[in-house]
Ligand binder design. Structure first.
Ligand code: NOJ
Length: 591
């Protein structure tokens, strides 16, 4: 029986939005942007090294483990990998606390292991992007240790943001800034004689002191760090906290206006995380300050010293998108993560708007849009899209969180959302394990949790451990094949057999095969370099567009949608009676 289709709506106009602003290219000052640059349409797979594959069996993933599994990523069909930090680090923030930017932490291997990984990846046709963490170092870094050992006012102290405390005895922090992870953003030092000294700023954990980017010395160090990895052959950098390095002069107090932080549905940012346009009175004095752009221009020039196309991608929690577009102006970064898209609720009108806005904003400066649904900082989208209560970014979900996700709905929506995302022109980011349909792990024992957010909020926020659990490769192997010892730095759920890669490989309709097929078709139909041509005649609850010769229909409503004529290329769900059921996406080949 054919279910009734959603009523056509003749009021909805057909509109077209070009990708990447290729029409803008002639106007861009740098001759460095061409339509064929690989990163414009690349699908980039995030590897979180400690949870991807563990070569030595100590329970923490490592570089040899990654190298041994690269063939799986080639088989998946991605173009590049981004490696989260593997540098020397005490691991107070899972490696985003770097103690030596130019060496590999022994937990992850050696520089030789990195070189082998890079060589192997390049031989397999995969580009490799590494993480750059410039807002802060680890407190174990030699620069900070030297600063602590040096007198107040010294050149060593000027690398960081040391300030006298307020109050008669300096016992109050220099301003009221809070740490993103909870608690105050300043820690007081102790002088060699045991008396209390100056304070230092840490927008994140107290083990992550912020660098002072007004100091030219800091600029020189990071240019050298970039060259160190570029000399080794990396294809680019993901830049951590790329909205945070410049602070407003004088480090003024900041009180978030009441009601800031909400993205208006489904997901809410913790107020201290959200970035705003710098001229917006709600802009915290530590986010999205104009001074960051000079830094990006310097780094852009460093990348230009090297042959070939290289990419800087900004991790910048900045909205609106028109403001974020400043991060990818022609002489700055090449890409910025589209977190506005990630945070868009699973609602068709909101998705249509954010797609239009993304293509217009990024295209307006000659940059491709990016698309992303999951990473190591957010609740996995197979759970997030089925949450029924607001969930501030960084809060995570645990056993006591309100609005627990409904797993079946979450997976359906995740598959549909991914199929929609991979049909969009631009560059897409995948997070390890999403190709298996992994949900957030909600019931981690408190004793296993490691995110500093958990500790700094005394358990009020669960944090991000739930999306960081080592991924399952083989259903019946110890640790699901993460290693051969069965050790795992976070416990893996007992019921992950069905998500294991070998359970899904070659099984039609599995999430892994959905990703593989969509990636293959994305490539063969040139969707990454195409355009979005909205299709009229569908209900408000349907996202429908053409990209080249592919028609994409996502049904977010409850009424089944009748399929138009055309060969079905891929579908996130079975298509009974040629209708598209709720929470599913189909691609059709149409001439
Ligand atoms: C963003 C990273 O993605 C996150 O994991 C980290 O905790 C903070 N920046 C601080 O480096």
């Amino acid at each position: 029986m054919t279910m009734p289709s959603t009523a056509p709506d003749p009021e909805l106009p057909a509109t077209e939005v070009e990708n990447g602003g290729e029409g803008e290219l002639e106007e861009t000052p740098a001759a460095t942007r061409t339509p064929d640059q690989w990163w414009r349409s690349a699908v980039i797979y995030q590897i979180y090294p400690r949870s991807f594959a563990d070569g030595d069996g100590d329970g923490i993933g490592d570089l040899p483990g990654i190298t041994s599994r690269l063939d799986a990523l080639v088989e998946l069909g991605v173009d590049a990998v981004w490696l989260s930090p593997f540098y020397t680090s005490p691991q107070h923030d899972a490696g985003y606390d770097v103690a030596d930017y130019c060496d590999v932490d022994p937990r992850f291997g050696t520089l030789q292991d990195f070189d082998s990984l890079l060589t192997r990846a390049h031989a397999e046709g995969l580009k490799v992007i590494v993480d750059l963490v410039p807002n802060h170092t680890s407190s174990d870094h030699r620069w900070f240790q030297e600063a602590l050992a040096s007198p107040e006012g010294s050149a060593e102290r000027a690398r960081y943001l040391f300030r006298d405390g307020r109050g008669p005895d300096g016992s109050q922090p220099p301003n009221n800034w809070q740490s993103v992870f909870g608690g105050q953003g300043w820690t007081r030092t102790t002088r060699p004689d045991g008396t209390p000294g100056q304070w230092y700023l840490h927008i994140f954990d107290s083990s992550q002191p912020d660098l002072d980017w007004t100091n030219p010395w800091v600029h020189e160090q990071f240019a050298d760090i970039l060259r160190f990895w570029l000399d080794r052959g990396v294809d680019g950098f993901r830049v951590d906290v790329a909205h945070g390095m410049a602070k407003a002069a004088g480090l003024p107090d900041y009180t978030p206006p009441a009601g800031t932080g909400s993205m208006g549905g489904g997901v809410t940012l913790a107020p201290e995380i959200e970035g705003h346009a710098a001229e917006d009175p709600a802009t915290p004095p530590y986010w999205a300050q104009p001074g960051v752009h000079e830094i990006f221009r310097e780094w852009h020039a460093v990348l230009e010293e090297y042959e070939g196309d290289r990419v800087l991608v900004a991790e910048a929690w900045v909205d609106p998108l028109e403001k974020l577009a400043d991060w990818v102006r022609p002489d700055e970064m090449q890409q910025a993560f589209n977190f506005v898209y990630l945070e868009t609720p699973w609602q068709a009108p909101a998705l249509r708007s954010v797609i239009d806005e993304s293509l217009a904003a990024f295209g307006g400066v000659g940059a491709p849009s990016t698309w992303v649904l999951s990473n190591h900082d957010v609740v996995r989208h197979a759970s997030r899209l089925a949450l029924t209560a607001e969930n501030p970014q960084g809060a995570g979900i645990g056993p006591k969180s309100p609005g627990q996700p409904i797993p079946d709905i979450g997976l359906r929506r995740a598959r549909a959302a991914t199929a929609l995302m991979l049909a969009l022109p631009g560059s897409a980011y995948l997070y390890q394990g999403e190709e298996l349909g992994l949900p957030e792990v909600i019931d981690l024992p408190d004793s296993a949790r490691q995110d500093p957010t958990w500790f700094r909020t005394n358990g009020a926020r669960y944090g991000r451990d739930g999306c960081r659990v080592p991924i399952p490769w083989e259903a019946t192997a110890p640790g699901y094949g993460f290693n051969t010892s069965g050790e795992s730095w976070l416990p893996q759920p007992g019921e992950w057999t069905r998500f294991a890669r070998d359970t899904q490989l070659g099984v039609p309709g599995s999430t892994l095969e959905l990703y593989r097929l969509a990636l293959e078709l994305r490539r063969s139909h040139g969707l990454g370099t195409g355009s979005v041509d909205w299709l009229p005649g569908y209900s408000e609850q349907v996202v429908a567009f053409r990209n080249g010769d592919v028609t994409v229909i996502a049904n977010l409503g409850t009424t089944p949608v009748e399929l138009p004529a055309g060969e079905v290329l891929v579908s996130s769900d079975a298509l009974p009676e040629a209708v598209l059921l709720t929470d599913s996406t189909v691609w059709l080949h149409t001439l």
